[in-house]
Design a protein around this ligand. Sequence first.
Ligand code: GDP
Length: 455
Amino acid sequence: MYIRDTIAAVSTPPGNGGIGIIRVSGDLAAVVGNTVFKPVYDGGLVSHRFSFGTICDDANGETVDEAMAVYMRAPRSYTREDVLELHCHGGWLVVERVLALVLSCGVRLADPGEFTRRAFLNGRIDLIQAEAVMDIIASKSESALQLAQKQREGALSRRIEDVRGCLLRALALVEAYIDFPDDDLGETDVAAISSSVEDAQCIITGLLTTFEEGRITRDGVSVLIVGKPNVGKSSLLNRLLKENRAIVTHIPGTTRDIIEETVNFEGLSVRLLDTAGIRSTDDLVELEGISRALEKIPLADLVLAVFDSSCEFSPEDQLIFDALADSRTIAVLNKADLPMRLVLPDENRFVTMVRIAALSGDGIDLLRHTVCSHFLHSTASDSREFVALSKARHRDALISAEQFLQQFTCGLRDRNLELLALDLRDALQAVGTVTGQTATDEVLDLIFSSFCIGK
Ligand code: GDP
């Protein structure tokens, strides 16, 4: 439900900073501005113009801070309501005091994401674009940011609108016959309806194929480093991080827990997890580390199984071999600077093998590139035209729409117009949840509650 009261919140992050911004949205925005802000120059607040002045507490005549204020009259604002922003100094105390002063003017503290929710409810953006705003803020890599910006600009929304357009055309034809029950569905109209539905299915299928790559681009991937002790896992982690994060020693078993760091590989956000060396041991702490490492194998998007290529394949290597997932493992043959002695029992277990020397850094760039291309195969993802699904919510809605359309296609033989119309309406309902036309309050609550306050 949308109650048109006036809301306010601090829009800059908590803590101290150069500037703190207090944002106000709603009918009282101008009143708040004229009450708490005293411009230095005459003329008061002019829409879409910054003015310089002070924030004053009229109750005691005290100047709270020196500030800039900008008032944006509806509908030319983020929320399409009247909006006021007060830019004061960025200390947490001064920001809190300005906020308290604003709230004393009869304004309510905003809920998380409430400004963006209002932008959505007032039709300035759809739900995909609202979610993209959050993705922009949370982006951890260039490619994630690019994808989020495309969704904010409406690239994905346009595709979804195309689907809706096709389905609405098909529905209009079917409903025309429902209104005239004496007429039989003619072959020409059946062909036109089928063709519209096929067009919709084609766009949906195309979008669903982009999901995995979109998800990876948005959320990044987890890459687990496993191997028996002393093969060079920590040296590899340090090389990949370009810093000495993990302890490297010649004493086996120095990494007993899991070390986790996030890095960027060619624009892809990669969460690297270095695990304890896997081998038979009586040391309780080390045993715990090893069991944690084995538990992580099925959860990782990709495993780097590290072997010491200067040693023969050992029973400890076999332990790792047995725990690996076939389609998600790259064999990393380390210590390429030493003579090769390792013979792997089954090379086909691996996506590929990369020979490196973690000590000198040889082969590390190739390894980074191999990891990236394992995830981002489509050259389309580099192109400006690449439109991808990146959220499970969107994917699930489209899968559901696809199922209704398959049902529709099967039903076309029987030509039960009521059932055909029902399938199309259900498909439209499912597609509409993506852009928000048919999203319930519960769905909106769930989405916007994950936003930050002030956004
Ligand atoms: P971990 O136990 O698997 O994490 O292995 P470390 O990274 O701690 O390395 C174990 C030992 O192998 C250390 O003495 C490293 O200096 C050495 N080492 C690591 N990578 C290489 C390499 O590429 N070549 C050689 N010759 N030694 C290496």
